[in-house]
Write a protein that binds this ligand. Structure first.
Ligand code: NDP
Length: 399
């Protein structure tokens, strides 16, 4: 079979000769008891760069020794891109949310052999899920592989926004020492009201990680958490997102992107937020209205915005979130630390082993199966598509 794998570019200076750490900490399981990925074997060293083109998710030896073809490319946008040409006869396509190959309805129509789309990570909104359902293409992702990586990033971003770290770091880099400049927007997080939109694997972990800062914790979700968890974290549940944003100093967004959540944070909702609140969005860029966020930062309705997710990706060089005031954006990195890469590479290998051997793929990895949302997909997504509009990604010029 032909496996097409779309990965982000190698480091500009070539693959690293060595890494800061010689090994990764050993993890036994995820917090809810779910097992870490369980491939029969791996052909890479955990802790090495696997998510870029030369890293190949550590799959080449495994695939070729089993008689399959592997094509890896980062060329995924614009007319005549390599990914489009290779997709035509591919059986399996693997893409990452960090460098998403937008598997639109049109692309799916051209992919006559396609049986499965694998997300090397979490969040399959780059696949038109409705078109996948309509065309009998299964969609799977490596549920939980980087949820806790993202939660760590959220904590980092909440602290760095509220304490105004970026500004202080810049002053030092520029040779300065004006303390008043450095602290005129800097606060303690202690005592603040922190809320998450969605308390799934990431949202709940972010709440748990923020608890020791002595803050007041809030959440909004379609399903309520168990009573014991609400008590443990002294959590306030909100029946609506409007109710949550009205009282929170910091709002972190942790729901998948699907038709229900696309453009959720528009100008209307942002204006219902507590004045001067902060948003941390590591879920998906399209959940927030691009222009409305920039406008709210200009007006002071928002004091800060951080996250690592954009729409489209890569973000065009002139994307307004690169230059808006008081932002703490990174490229899409939170779920692709070297630690996370080792887990999602193992998860992809596990999925492929099951697929080739005709064994069932874990229920928790399943988003679309046999023409329907299933497994995690049935719980966390809704029907329809939130994939359109990605053409602008072709405007990004490598620097
Ligand atoms: P989970 O499936 O564990 O959690 C998703 C949660 O979102 C569920 O609790 C679900 O609620 C909730 N939800 C879905 N729709 C809505 C809605 N309309 N309103 C409120 N809540 C909603 O996934 P994770 O926590 O692991 O990941 C969440 C998302 O984070 C991913 O889908 C992805 O987009 C993003 N992500 C980003 C990464 C990055 O690198 N920046 C890496 C990994 C993930 P319920 O199930 O109760 O219906």
């Amino acid at each position: 079979m032909k496996v097409l794998c779309i990965l982000y570019d190698d480091p500009k200076g070539g693959m690293p000769k060595n890494y800061p750490l010689s090994e990764l900490p050993k993890l036994d399981k995820y917090p809810d008891g779910q097992a870490l990925p369980t491939p029969k074997n791996i052909d890479y060293t955990p802790g090495e760069l696997l998510g870029c083109v030369s890293g190949e998710l550590g799959l080449r030896k495994f695939l070729e020794s089993n008689g399959h073809e592997l094509v890896v490319t980062s060329d995924k946008d614009g007319e005549n891109c390599t990914a489009d040409k290779e997709l035509v006869d591919a059986d399996v396509v693997i893409s990452q949310p960090f460098w998403p190959f937008y598997l639109t309805k049109e692309r799916i129509a051209n992919a006559k052999n396609l049986k499965m789309a694998v997300t090397a990570g979490i969040g399959s909104d780059h696949v038109d899920l409705q078109a996948a359902m309509d065309n009998g293409i299964d969609v799977v992702e490596v549920t939980y592989c980087n949820s806790r990586s993202v939660a760590e990033h959220i904590v980092m971003m909440i602290l760095s926004l509220v304490r105004d770290y970026h500004n202080q770091h810049r002053i030092v880099n520029e040779g300065g020492w004006n303390i008043a400049d450095a602290v005129q927007r800097s606060y303690d997080v202690e005592g603040m009201h922190i809320g998450t939109v969605a308390a799934g694997r990431i949202g709940l972990d972010a709440l748990r990680k923020m608890k020791p800062f002595d803050v007041h914790l809030h959440y909004f979700d379609r399903h309520r958490l168990p009573d014991s968890v609400e008590k443990e974290l002294n959590l306030t549940f909100h029946e609506s997102v409007e109710s949550l944003v009205a009282v929170c100093d910091v709002v972190t967004i942790n729901c998948p992107l699907h038709p229900e959540t696309e453009n959720l944070f528009d100008e209307v909702l942002i204006n219902k937020m507590k004045k001067g609140a902060y948003i941390v969005n590591t879920a998906r860029g399209k959940i927030c209205d691009r222009e409305a966020i920039a406008k709210a930062l200009e007006s002071g309705q928002l004091s800060g915005y951080a996250g690592d997710v954009w729409f489209p990706q890569p973000a065009p060089n002139d994307h307004i979130w690169r230059t808006m005031p008081h932002h703490g954006m990174t490229p899409h990195t939170s779920g692709t630390s070297l630690s996370a890469q080792a887990r999602y590479a193992a998860g992809v290998r596990e999925i492929l082993e099951c697929f080739f051997e005709g064994k069932p793929i874990r229920e928790e990895y399943t988003i679309v199966k046999d023409g329907n949302l299933a497994g995690t997909g049935a719980h966390s997504y809704s029907k329809g598509s939130a994939t359109s509009g990605s053409e602008e990604a072709a405007k990004y010029k490598k620097m």
